[in-house]
Design a protein around this ligand. Structure first.
Ligand code: SAH
Ligand code: SF4
Length: 373
């Protein structure tokens, strides 16, 4: 029997194409999208505005299957983490409530192939790209579980206002599946989020920044982390392929497509590595002509890491220099620390296909590894 298609991951245009392919009417896609994403339905039986014949045909050719929830964690500050089992690897989504908004941070890959030296995900190696249904399935699950608990945004019937693709993986190394999921995020028939409130974070896969720009103008965050190529080659190795000037040029092209667009520049603060006033001044020069704001991320340590978090004084001085140079500069507050849900701590268990995890674990004393398992 032919494998059934998982409709959860199909964008509006893809679902229309699928329906036409099985001889159904394209406009039925609107009804089906609403059943799946607004109502959280996983069976065709109850889709009572579709004919019985179509429902039977769908049941034969398609499924609606969210990813399996492995565990849920709730932190004292209200942050919640979902671990999903995606065929042997655990991936994560983190829900971060604030007084006037709620952000969901989702994953795009099981592990990551890019190996940034300060990132826990990178250290675990790479298993595989997530499918579009596994990507949107994180939002589907969180929204429907929180709705059932009646955890709504203040004065609204929705549960989340923002999505950031800052969990595990590099979204622009899995661009096609990410694009299908992004389409659903901004589609009123699915999650209806404003494009401004959906952010793709990338370490700088230059050609795919252009691909994203051609397809959908969501917000873009770029993990710069260093103001010169010598240092960035070490911290973010993909820089050797796409160095800073090429990356900034791609950012310029991205902002030029849309009025008032600003790129968020992410900059992890590593003690005595990239956090001195000289680095801050260099960074201001690199960004001088790019409409951008800077988000300083205090490094989140993990066992076996080669770096330490910058001191509060160093972070504040860095911020002051950038502000004086005219950049809006924020310092990211660490949330969900005790459930390991903070940036760069997102670390499930990855069926590593590279030897990277093994090499990394070999550096950590066995007594310390025990509590990781
Ligand atoms: N791969 C994408 C998105 C996931 S990482 C990217 O690199 O942009 C999300 C953010 O967390 C990135 O800015 C990343 O550099 C940052 N990050 C990774 N490890 C971190 C750590 N240990 N402490 C603080 N931030 C970290
Ligand atoms: Fe991958 Fe982003 Fe981590 Fe780099 S920082 S290893 S790109 S997840």
């Amino acid at each position: 029997m032919q494998e059934r298609v998982n409709l959860l991951g199909l964008s509006g245009p893809q679902l229309r194409e699928f329906l036409v392919g099985i001889g159904a009417q394209a406009y039925r896609a609107d009804q089906i999208l609403k059943w799946i994403h607004h109502e959280g339905m996983t069976s065709f039986d109850e889709m009572n505005n579709l004919s019985k014949a179509l429902r039977e045909q769908l049941a034969e050719k398609a499924v609606i299957e969210p990813p399996l929830v492995h565990e849920r964690h709730l932190s004292k500050d209200g942050t919640r983490k979902w671990l999903f089992n995606t065929g042997g690897s655990l991936i994560e989504a983190v829900y971060i409530p604030e007084p006037s908004r709620a952000t969901l941070c989702i994953s795009s890959q099981a592990g990551c192939s890019l190996n940034c030296t300060f990132c826990h995900t990178g250290k675990q190696g790479f298993h595989r790209d997530l499918t579009s249904h596994e990507i949107i399935g994180q939002i589907w699950t969180v929204c429907h579980e929180l709705k059932a608990e009646k955890v709504f945004l203040p004065g609204a019937s929705r549960v989340i206002s923002n999505v950031v693709m800052m969990g595990m993986g590099e979204p622009l190394m899995n661009t096609d599946n990410v694009l299908s999921a992004l389409n659903l995020m901004v589609d009123d028939l699915a999650y209806g989020l404003s494009k401004k409130r959906v952010t793709v974070s990338t370490s700088g896969v230059v050609p795919n920044i252009d691909k994203l720009s051609d397809a959908l103008d969501v917000s873009l965050a770029v993990s710069l982390h260093a103001p010169n190529n010598e240092l960035r080659n070490i911290l973010v190795p993909i820089n050797k392929k796409y160095p800073i000037d090429q990356l900034i040029a791609a950012c310029q092209r991205y902002v030029s497509k849309q009025k008032n667009r600003v790129i968020t520049i992410e900059y992890v603060m590593l003690k005595n590595v990239n956090d001195t006033p000289v680095h801050a001044k260099q960074l201001a020069k690199v960004l001088a002509h790019l409409p951008s704001k800077v988000n300083l991320i205090p490094f989140n340590p993990f066992k076996g890491a080669d770096y330490e978090r910058s001191t509060d004084e160093a972070i504040e001085l860095f911020q002051t220099i950038l502000m004086k140079a005219g950049f809006i500069t924020t310092i990211r507050k660490t949330r969900g620390d005790e459930i390991a849900a903070a940036c760069g701590q997102l670390a499930g268990q990855i069926k590593d296909r590279t030897k990277r995890q093994e090499r990394f674990l070999a550096k950590i004393p066995v007594s310390e590894i025990v509590d990781r398992i």
